[in-house]
Design a protein around this ligand. Sequence first.
Ligand SMILES: [Zn+2]
Length: 98
Amino acid sequence: MQQSSRPCPADIPLCCYGNRPQIVTTMGAPTGHRLGHPCPALIHIECHMCQKATVPSPSLAITELRWTDPTLDQLLIPISHLTRARAEVLAGLPKQAA
Ligand SMILES: [Zn+2]
């Protein structure tokens, strides 16, 4: 697995003043990933000061919405849950046509 991160762009509101949330892209299959299942790069936003992150998504637009829309706060999870959440998202994607 490979991760790359970059600071959130200026148009994304901060969670708390002075925090520096990051947009993180994770590529590659997690441990236990089943062959034949799709494995797109997944994106999430995380803040180590708040110890929270968005549920990962293949879409940057969806990720930004999850971070910024207060009505979607059920899609914010503790950073420590990210690995499991990523595996669940991948397992829930429709299987690619052979
Ligand atoms: Zn924060």
